[in-house]
Design a protein around this ligand. Sequence first.
Ligand code: NDP
Length: 335
Amino acid sequence: MATTIYHDEDADLSLLRGSTVAVVGYGNQGRSQALNMRDSGVSVVVGNIRDQAHEAAEADGFEVLPIDEACRLADMVMLLIPDEVMPEVYEQKVAPMLSAGNLVCFASGYNVAFGLIEPDAGLDVVLVAPRMIGVGVRDAYLEGRGFPSFVGVHQDATGNAKARMLALCRGIGSTRGGCIEMSMKDEASLDLFTEQGFGPAWGRVLMSAVELLVEAGYPPEAVLVELYLSGELAYSLEKIREVGMLRQMDFHSQTSQYGSITRGARYLDLDGALKQKMGAVLEEIRSGKFAEEWSGQQAQARELFDRIRAVRDQMPMAEWERSARRGLRIGDAGD
Ligand code: NDP
């Protein structure tokens, strides 16, 4: 199936003229998206509970209202609060204030895709999910660059949901780069898979290398610097983004390229086992089993989560990292 990617020329910002957009939540994404939209000429009010983020929004010159009040005033609502608290906030403070023809925009498909929020049939419901951390959303806008987002219309009550969604994308500056169309379920599944299928597998490879080298007698601090603390890995990942996985190899020495290509073939037999495990993770996500475990049985999942985090901080790796980072004066060593 062909992928649709939207750019500035597909989006008409003037559709937002005369509309008020409520940005609910003034955190990572909320602050950046609100500032970008205001700079794009959009009328923005911020809805937030009364605390630090509320003060930050006021200091940035926004009109800040309680969440329900901001939603009542708005034609379009961008929900930019943590996904875990969103169903309750939506039910209690957002939904009762919306009327037919209003638009609700989610920055993550999770809650709608897995049935934790069921917006009223009279609403336009869209997805604008930046593939960029909040501060990057603002930096890109200020530097005149775009950033990618996954976007899609989940429900089109007015017949105009797509045009309104694209106008919002342009308002936050994302269509300068490119917005890839997809369903909320696909966005949520890809996002969760990156976290659960790719991240941990990559983490295991890293941990195996650390353990092997420490067991072979190399100092832990040197091992961590060699593998990732020097910043060389982060630099290579940036080059992969810029020029692609294959061409970035040209930035490494010929010894490095020869060794990596010839030895790389030895790992091919792991592919089957890896894909099988990743496939099982993907299936749990797509079937809703993961959402049921995490959001359906919150208390149980949180208890397990807290126990695992406590163990994580006791691992030898935690001390090796502190020691290496202290020695090399990298950031705050966390002690
Ligand atoms: P944050 O954790 O930064 O959101 C914080 C905001 O939510 C603050 O304004 C906070 O208010 C408010 N908030 C927290 N708890 C509550 C509550 N119980 N009731 C009302 N408001 C509350 O969120 P993000 O910006 O990280 O995420 C927002 C959305 O964007 C999510 O859907 C996420 O999946 C999505 N997203 C996030 C990305 C990221 O880089 N972080 C990337 C792409 C999408 P206060 O601080 O005042 O308590």
